[in-house]
Design a protein around this ligand. Structure first.
Ligand SMILES: [Zn+2]
Length: 291
């Protein structure tokens, strides 16, 4: 049986290839429990969640990796955020006319945005590319090759209860290393079936796929759902909205209610709270600002 909500790193001994596998169950279900996504989006978010953990584990960074698919049709937005500590959250926006389209039809003409947010005050890195590919794994593989110049293969699966994936990445060749290893490993990995990704433990999966290869599997890391929203982050968002807009909402409704898109946590600001949002502006005495 698959041990869930874990990420396993592995390497191929003496070949310039590394990889990891991930399986999400509780994380996936918790992230989507408040969002009544149509099945096609639920599957896409699950795959994007698995992919975000696979990619985050290959990056040497603190902070968060944010993957977004922005659509122009009935699919508006898919967002998954995964931190270096492998906590993640996800959300989707879509319009009511979303029907029985396939995912390939939904993402057509959209764009893929990848953000590395260092969360330490340093500048975030953002890459924006048109969507190339008919699936999330294809979109990501193309992105990694075109923008990052890293050969990456990704396999993803998602059913009603869980999401899973496997990533292989080609590291720079060393002179004495096996040059055909990347091609051979890719052929072997290509035989993986969705139900194997979803159902087999990392150990069995790697043994099934790479029986003849010398694979070293590392200790797993836990993955879990966590939403970073807080009263402070919602306050910051309202400040960005600006005082005139906030005042006009207060005028119309008497208070401001915000529900987090990711975890559905409810935040409420009455008139006094809302005044405090902008109190630093008000607190600067005009006499000081003039002299
Ligand atoms: Zn939240």
């Amino acid at each position: 049986m698959q041990a869930s909500d874990q990420l396993h790193r592995f390497i191929f001994e003496n070949t310039p290839i590394r990889g990891n596998t991930v399986h999400l169950n509780h994380t996936f279900n918790t992230a989507l429990q408040h969002q009544h996504c149509p099945p096609v989006l639920r599957k896409a978010l699950g795959e994007l969640m698995a992919a975000s953990a696979l990619l985050a584990a290959t990056l040497k960074m603190e902070g968060a990796l944010v993957l977004q698919i922005q659509g122009k049709g009935a699919l508006k937005l898919l967002v998954v955020e995964c931190t270096a500590a492998l906590t993640m959250r996800a959300t989707a926006k879509w319009s009511d006319d979303l029907g029985e389209e396939s995912f390939a039809e939904l993402i057509g003409d959209g764009r893929f945005v990848i953000t590395l947010d260092p969360k330490d005050g340093n500048q975030a890195y953002q890459g924006i590319v048109p969507i190339e590919g008919n699936s999330i794994s294809e979109v990501l593989q193309n992105y990694m090759l075109r923008s990052e110049q890293i050969e990456t293969r990704i396999w993803l699966a998602c059913d009603e209860h869980s999401a899973a994936g496997m990533l292989l990445q080609k590291l720079p060749d060393q002179p004495e290393q096996d040059k055909d290893a990347w091609t051979r490993t890719g052929y072997l990995a290509e035989t993986v079936r969705q139900k194997e990704l979803l159902g087999l433990s990392a150990e069995y999966l790697l043994r099934r796929l790479f029986n003849e290869e010398d694979v070293r599997l590392f200790q797993p890391k836990a993955v879990r759902f966590h939403c970073s929203c807080s009263h402070d982050s919602v306050s910051a968002m309202l400040r960005l909205l600006g005082k005139p807009e906030v005042d006009s909402i207060l005028e119309e409704r008497g208070n401001i209610e915000v529900n987090c898109d990711f975890c559905n946590k409810h935040y409420e600001f009455d008139k006094v709270d809302a005044q405090q949002l902008f109190s630093t502006d008000i607190a600067i005495p005009t006499s000081q600002s003039r002299h």
